[in-house]
Design a protein around this ligand. Sequence first.
Ligand code: LAN
Length: 742
Amino acid sequence: MLSYSEKDISIEATDLSRWRLKIDHGRQTWHYLEIEEAKNWPQSIIEKYWAKQSGRTLIEILIMVEHGILIGYRRESKKFDKPKTALESARKGFEFFKLLQTEDGHWAGEYGGPMFLLPGLIISMYITHITIPDSWRIEIIRYLFNKANPVDGGWGIHVEGHSTVFGTALNYVVLRILGIEADHPYMVKARATLHKLGSAIAIPSWGKFWLSCLNAYNWEGMNPVPPELWLLPYAIPVHPGRFWVHTRAVYLPMGYMYGRRLSIDVNPFIESLRQELYDQPYDTIDWARARNNVSEADLYLPQTKALKFLNLGMTVYEKLPNFFGLRQISLDECYKLMQYEDKNTDYLDIAPVNKVMHILCTYYEEGPNSEAFKLAKERLIDYMWMSSEGMMMNGTNGSQLWDTALAAQAIIDAGLGNNVENHDSMLKALEFLDDAQIKRNPTDMEYCYRHPSKGAWGFSTRDQGYTVADCTAEGLKAVLYLQNKLNFKPTLVSKERLCQAVDILLTMQNDDGGFASYEKIRGSEFLEWINPSEVFGKIMIEYSYPECTTAVLTGLSLFKKYYPDYRVDEIEKVCQKAAKFVHTSQKEDGSWYGSWAICFTYASMFALESLAYLGETYENSESVRKGCEFLISKQNDDGGWGESYKSCETGVYSGLDQSQVVNTAYALLGLMSAKYPDEKVLRRGIELIMSRQLSTGEWKQEAIEGVFNKNVAISYPNYKFVFTIWALGKYAKIHNNPTIQF
Ligand code: LAN
């Protein structure tokens, strides 16, 4: 058995001191520079393995060295005495976090976690003959070796998950494409795990798709994804235009590839993969049976009867003659919609999964020398993130807007925004928010099933261009904070543009009063019965989410305060309906379920904050009292809170014995919004956060923070700064900055 303890030392790495993050209007691209070039460009590091040992991200280290905080191996300069008060701790925390702000005013960060993104990228690059730069190759190998499960050598659906066929088979293929031999000890171990889990036959449908493109699986082994679905009238409940925006974005190119059964020609390498991935000869595989074969280790959502029935129907349909040339007509329609997606997002596409599928489709449809293929290729780098453990593919092209909007509010709420030394940082943040607001609607938006976006903010950059309800609300709030709560009153975003953001939000409320993520709910929940993904929950349609609803509720309420003359009655009505949703979505035990970060502590923080905006506090609201009691019941003996991503997976609170600064901060912020009367409880939480602060002012990376689709964890490394500083500063404000002695 191989020891993984020293794996990062034995694995080849690039010279980490030569990596630089380039910033351009929120765009983040990592570059591996020549030594001389690197010398002239700040952000340099000295000790390459230091990062791994300290648990810091590469960008944190690069910046620390640049600012003289980190000099040499395991030595830190600019130390400070342990803060004695919560305010001092917040101030020190921001002193550090401020260094991570990029020159255009946003906070950059890694956004990894899902382990099914790199495979799509590398398989697409392999098929379309895009050269994989050597620096990427080395660092992706290192990342995957670092993230292999130490026990069995496999990979899960996300970095903290158990090994699955989806993760193991696909990342095994990535490593093979990148040049690792099949008899490498890591590969031998991973392969053994793969075979134990059921071999690649039992890979979930998205994996069947990627392997089929490679000709290492057979399209017959995949349940059909007929592109003709896009030709149905929109009135039909299963029209894909009604699906959740990400689901339709993925099934569009998938349908195109499936519809054409596009695979590369078999070559000796593919022959070899066909032998390695299966525990039986490739020619003997019964593909019809393989369609519904998914490993127990992977299965999150077993197939329903409705899905089995639909699959059967579609399989029969696939065998029928191609009436009226429908196949070609639907392929043309799919490709046209893909072109809209490319153009409307400046070739970024909504997320990494459809991005890399588009690369394949464009290659086959327009060829490698086409302008479209060239433009699409240039945007791949936007998804790559270089970390101290190697290179990964981010879950989006970054979390720029989201992190910056939250950070600005945190700093101002913490009472640090007016400190002279922070003026520049606040002004920069406002400049970024101003720049990142989306200034136009998508072209032919009705035709391509898009929600309007003029005046909205998205999750990452303006170019990506997708409206997100809570990002618009947090962007709006952050601008209102920055333009109204600072003594020096900077103003960059006009009232007209703030009103545009409000206009968008007012179009997004669902009938139940709640707000979803990107648009209003368009389909019936019954569509979940035909969720074909096997590994993701609740992806077929939009849902009203407590986090999104509460963000919009607080955003609109704050806007109304500063601009009481704009659409007040409508805002009032929308807020009342939203408030009702906040109440009805509260669970029996007083908590709220969070879908986008972990989990009950996260959503309860948002909910209690929004109820406070409505004047509901511990003293006067039964609902708030129940919310507080829920939080109190989960406080650990050390005064902190710790929640596992399992909460999101199972829907039942799952605690961690080891408190997490991030969960602790969420709980404290919720309790403080509620005006929870027992200060001792808060104080214990604050003490925990302060005790975890390092001598540089930062907090160490702890467990992964975010989640999506019930089953996938994703990291938000900036949360360990944003929410801790926010909680510390708010506590100091409320409790008059009492001295805390250690
Ligand atoms: C995100 C990230 C941000 C997140 C919040 C703004 C925090 C949330 O409140 C609303 C939903 C949203 C915008 C969101 C939706 C789903 C995303 C885009 C992600 C979790 C990041 C990655 C994920 C995307 C679906 C990953 C690609 C994978 C597929 C299964 C298509």
